[in-house]
Design a binder for this molecule. Structure first.
Ligand code: PMP
Length: 360
């Protein structure tokens, strides 16, 4: 080993889902939205004067912050924006999880949490989900250095009712509690409603799912002015110009189109409910998803075999080689047509499937 190698910060990185190229494929592996962004987004980007790119963007992303503050009925000093919620959450780990005590997050959850904790040398503990894959609020009533969990959780898709979220926040007013609401627009009430009562609560959301803009990379946090200031202080100690100008323009337009947002998220929820029925008819079980994906397990056929067969058909879903998940597939909700293609293939495949070595 060369001496300098001892000084390298070694981490096991997060592995994002595949982004295969081609237009024939059906991509249900990274929880993207199958519908285009709001029409105003395309218009605004087309009309953007490229000369504006000569200058640095507004480091505070003020237009976008104002649009979000108006939309969610909070003060501008209660909004922090970042380059995807990954950026917002990474910044939050750095800012708020800064004690020797262990941070808590579920054992089965967004796998990036563990990566950030390792990167920043934050100690952590991961309470196990219960037998139905739900988060147990009781596990979060112990001494800790902070708490983060997604609601709904990923990849289970399960939504925790707001009174249970409040129970966790209320019991932990000496630390920061982060609720990662990447999928909340497909579920129920947001923890945003608790912000007037709890100044230790940070609610993080994203434009990547319900607003159809994973490619533009916008995430945001809502919280008390003290938390937002702390986040901004760390951001400005790291990189002032996190969000580029086209993203600021596109994001602002997306927030302004409430009707389009309501229409597309309703379409996805309807397709999800229809898909649940079809999965059940085909012999799959799943936790009751309140997101734009379903974590399915077949009664007979191993997940890995289904995953490989789907991939050959150019249908991409997500497989996690991890304890309690390795016989499940996470299937994002596409359009009705895409889901119909998936179910048509599955119906035939499952009918014909036999265990290896089982010849007639
Ligand atoms: N949180 C959860 C629970 C997620 O599933 C994702 C999507 N991978 C993210 C955060 C990050 O999303 P983005 O950075 O695109 O906002």
């Amino acid at each position: 080993m060369r001496p300098w190698e001892m000084n390298i910060r070694r981490v096991v990185p997060y592995v994002p889902g595949d982004q295969p190229a081609g237009d024939k494929l059906i991509k249900l592996n990274t929880n993207e939205n199958p519908y285009p962004p709001a029409p105003g987004v395309e218009r605004a980007l087309r009309e953007m004067d490229a000369d504006r790119l000569r200058k640095y963007p507004d480091p505070s992303s003020a237009e976008l912050v104002t649009a979000l503050a108006e939309y969610y009925g909070v003060g501008e000093d209660q909004v922090f924006v970042g380059v995807g919620s990954d950026d917002v959450i990474a910044m939050s780990f750095l800012t708020f999880f800064n004690s020797q005590k262990k941070v808590l997050f579920p054992d089965i959850t967004y796998s990036f949490y563990k990566v950030w904790a390792d990167l920043y040398r934050i100690p952590y503990e991961t309470p196990a989900l219960d037998e139905n894959m739900a988060i147990r609020p009781l596990d979060y009533k112990r001494e800790n250095g902070g708490i983060i969990f997604p609601n709904p959780n990923a990849p289970t898709g399960l939504y925790m009712p707001l009174d249970q979220v409040e129970e966790i926040v209320k019991a932990n007013q000496d630390v920061i509690v982060i609720v990662d609401e990447a999928y909340i627009d497909f579920a129920g009430p947001s923890a945003r409603e608790l912000l007037p009562v709890y100044d230790n609560l940070l609610v993080v959301q994203t434009f990547s799912k319900s607003r159809s803009m994973a490619g533009v990379r916008i995430g945001f946090a809502l919280g008390s002015p003290a938390l937002i200031k702390a986040l901004n202080d760390v951001k400005y100690s790291y990189n002032s110009y996190t969000m580029n100008l086209p993203s600021q323009i596109a994001g602002t337009q997306a927030v302004k189109d409430r009707a389009y947002f309501e229409e597309t998220r309703a379409k996805i929820m309807a397709t999800r409910e229809r898909s649940k029925k079809r999965f059940a008819e085909l012999g799959f079980t799943f936790p009751g998803s309140m997101t734009n994906f379903i974590l399915v397990t077949h009664e007979r056929v191993p997940a890995r075999a289904i995953f490989d067969a789907l991939k050959k058909e150019q249908i991409y879903v997500r497989y996690f080689n991890a304890p309690r998940l390795d016989n499940s597939l996470r299937v994002s909700i596409g359009t009705d047509e895409e889901m119909d293609d998936l179910f048509r293939f599955l119906e035939q495949y499952l009918k014909e499937w036999k265990p290896a070595g089982d010849s007639e």
